[in-house]
Design a protein around this ligand. Structure first.
Ligand code: ZN
Length: 89
């Protein structure tokens, strides 16, 4: 993971999705997000790269953006919210 981090961050910052970067580097994209929950330094860099690379023309925090592969915090919060609500049922 560590040797790939700069490549992944640069790719995200240039607009590629975490899934694309996972395919390119062979690092599972679950690991990218999982690590962000525990490693605050990675989380900061990861979020910054996602924010830098996200499409400014897209309405974030919507299904449309999420379907386009955007995983910025806003778009992920939308999905996380749905998951929490459906688990309560
Ligand atoms: Zn987004």
């Amino acid at each position: 993971m560590a040797p790939h981090a700069p490549v992944i961050l640069a790719g995200l910052a240039s607009g590629r999705s975490p899934a694309q970067m996972a395919r390119m580097t062979g690092v599972p994209h679950q690991l990218l997000f999982g690590l962000a929950r525990h490693n605050t330094e990675w989380a900061k860099q990861f979020e910054e790269a996602l924010m830098e690379g996200r499409n400014p023309a897209t309405d974030h925090g919507t299904h449309a953006a999420y379907r386009h592969g955007c995983r910025c915090r806003q778009c992920r919060n939308l999905i996380a919210g749905y998951r929490q609500r459906s688990q309560r049922r």
